[in-house]
Design a protein around this ligand. Sequence first.
Ligand code: ARG
Length: 468
Amino acid sequence: MTEEKQVTWGGRFTEGPSELMKWFGESVSFDWRLAPFDVAGSKAHSAMLAKVGLLSEEERAAIHAGLDEIMEEIDDGSFEWNADLEDVHMNLEQALLVKTPAASKLHAGRSRNDQVATDMRLFFKDACVKLGEALEVVMKALLAQAKKHAADPVPGYTHLQRAQPVTIGHHLLAHLEAFGRDRVRLGETFDHANVCPLGSGAIAGSTLPLDREFVARELGFVDENAEPRLTANGMDAVADRDLFLEFAGACATCGLHVSRLAEDLILWNSTEFGFVELPDAFTTGSSLMPQKKNPDALELLRGKTGRLVGNLQTLYVAVKGLPLTYNRDLQEDKPPVFDSYDHLGMGLAVLAGVIDGLAFNLDRCREAASDPLLLATDLADYLVERGVPFREAHHAVGEMVSVAEAEKASLPDLTDEQAGSICSELGDDWREVFDLERAFSRREKPGMPGASEVLKQIDRWERMLVQP
Ligand code: ARG
């Protein structure tokens, strides 16, 4: 059976691709979402062809009007995507041909290789801005909770064992710092995406008098002085997938931060900790156990991090060892980045909602943070200030802990005689170190959990986030 020949590249073939090949090879089922960027690229390219005399002004105008109509049809859902035409690029070109014969001149000096590279760079710029905005909503929600609880004590953990008291503000700001780095990473990815590959053709540019600077300007690939930014090597421009890795990497790292915050909140919300109550809107019940209120939103956030890391892995494996330049393997580069973008974007919106609705059980947090053992280090510091070498002080306090434990007592319950027999340098004020307020007031230097320092950091974040 002879299949119909492919309309765009079928010239040198006697038969068209089999149905199976068409089904196997199509990408329009996922790359259709590049349409706005593809249309922008085609408008810039056709404007340039008109500028250098390869299209008449009428042809350029007909192409632009046709592309605008197509975009409207896509937006209102009436556009019919055709998998026989493989991808978004050929679907749009064929649809344009129905509207104007000038469409058959559009692909001069262009290849789908530089076209898809351009579309994806435009996609990445847009995606970095949108994810950056979603991240800012999360950061502002964290900031508001940190401000509300700047001075409220909670235990800080190492090895999931109570370690030292911190303030809730200090703990929440720790997560904010991580998200701040994610925001920087997205900004850097935007900057790296901001280079125009159009004009690279398939690999070796074109004999036509293309004006690459003009196209770059039209598409907004410009530096801070409005100078065009162009890829410097046509082969690299169509083979390079670094941005895919960078974007998926930024998403995976951000997802990792989301999952660590989610896990902290899951623990804090458990009956065993009881530090925080999650909002009903982001929890679910059990189909069997009527009393349950499960932290499903946070668990999904934790779970989705796996797919973000998996997407990055998929890309590394897909690109590894490919000879320059374009190989069809590279069509597989889009689903992972679209997936990371969609799921991280959704996840950030959910996380912001959860954070907004957090209700801390402050009595419980304070009670847990008030265990004198958490200030054992402060007692060692006290001895250091009285001239005891830190290692000796550490050892002495350790011994005091062990005696207290044997007596099932708390550290400050030791008698002065017991304490004095372990360490003669203890003064009669040694129990004062177990005052939480004293502990925090001595921790007001940069990066520490004291309330004034936390408020300073909050002020810094407010200047960066709330006021533009
Ligand atoms: N759909 C293709 C992709 O996403 C577009 C580039 C096709 N280029 C080619 N030489 N077959 O990779």
